[in-house]
Write a protein that binds this ligand. Sequence first.
Ligand code: UN1
Length: 520
Amino acid sequence: LSTRASTILSALEISTSKEISGVYDGTWKGTGDIVESVCPTTGEILARVQSATPKELQDALESTREAYELFRNVPAPRRGELLRQIREALAAKREELGALVSLEMGKIRTEGVGEVQEFIDIADYGVGLSRMMNGRVVASERPGHSILEVPNPLGVVGVLSAFNFPVAVYGWNLSLSLAAGNATIWKPSPSTPLCSVAVTKIISCVLEKNGIPGAVAGLVIGGKEIGEAVVESEHVDMVSFTGSEAVGRQVGKVVQTRFGKVLLELGGNNAAIVMPDADLSLAVPAVFFGAVGTAGQRCTSTRRLYLHRSIAPEFLSKLKSLYASLIPGDPLHPNTLLGPLHTKAAVGIYSSAIERLKSSGAEILFGGNVYDQDLLRKTGLEGGNFVTPTIAIPTKVNVKDDIWRTETFAPVLTVGVFDELEEAISWNNGVPQGLSSSLWTRDLRNLGKWIGPEGSDTGIVNVNVGTSGAEIGAAFGGNKTTGWGRESGGDAWKQYVRWSACTINFSDAAPLAQGVDFSG
Ligand code: UN1
């Protein structure tokens, strides 16, 4: 193993000499297929992780269930105290975990550390929430009666997360779920197993130290069949899934068939709209970060750019110079802004998207190719999945066309020019996905239109803020084929509880509602 990798792994007490257990339900185990963690920057195999066998998964599901049955009786503020300790333990390893995210996922260091910070933030939020998950008292129409709305723990929450946020998205789910009194079982992306092992180690330490069963935060690493088994399991009350639309559609159907709860975070195809009165000194760098940050691998990455005709040439020339300043590099290096794509397969998807754009007659204003291997060899990055961020201008905007409708998980930005805001909003809304969108303007009238009933139909609707980089306080999620799920802040916690409407009679009579008389 390279020193670059072994320093990071040993700082997190991940053994580099033997195979790593990928299942935790109070004890570490795993005798299933081997999952390899491959560094997207160098192609180096970082570790071999033992996944769950079907039997180990069933055992873990049972342990999680048992852990829930105990944990649901722990008072909520006490659960908050556990989250506070988890938050402290994560903060103590912030830099190390952030570096591991960069090493294994490929995002740049500040974003890797930022992702751990996002977990810390949502854990803080969970601490507060643990004393504020209030029900309500509702006025009854009957004398001497009261109606209570009581939030109780839900059960077991299965969290299926994606490679692109291997720490934060689990953090959103764990924090709310734990505050609510549930046990979780985490099935991470099989291509980022080390991040999930490192995070689970930190959390299990806190739980065990407090005498709480470790299966309250279980882990099962594995491939498709393990994911399917979690989704099908009657032990799992809610499935929170982040990933592609195609898989999400399956997950939704299967969970619905057994009447479980489901929370879906699927694709994004996010647009930024720039009005003539926008402050370009803010809008250009924001679009640059939105489209190129994380090498275009956020669900919230900017994929479509709609420019008002009057500012389009100036905007594009400024944006192009920012693109031209990019040098691909090791994401662990503090000066790098552009890391690799996560997998070789993603490079293929990038290339076919470029082909499709070219064959449709689109102008490639910038990029459009995989990085020159000779250039990469000079910096020792020839094993990495590097592609040039691309700006493409199709011959026209037709949101019915695949060029505009498909989410390509790579840094490809497609540009269109409009004359009226209404036209740009209709393009924004014309695609199947509905995650994030961003309008750049100083004019209140545009803002009102954008956030109102005729405005953007996405879950995240920003003004003078890019499409990506949401804080934890707002509910995160999207509409339409994005799956309608909401995670993180806002009222998202309300999905992680079982609501009971309790009508209580304190009187000496038993009147029926609506004045119904059944006395004969
Ligand atoms: C994702 O892309 O899956 O808004 C999550 C953002 C981050 C979370 C993204 N806070 O970009």
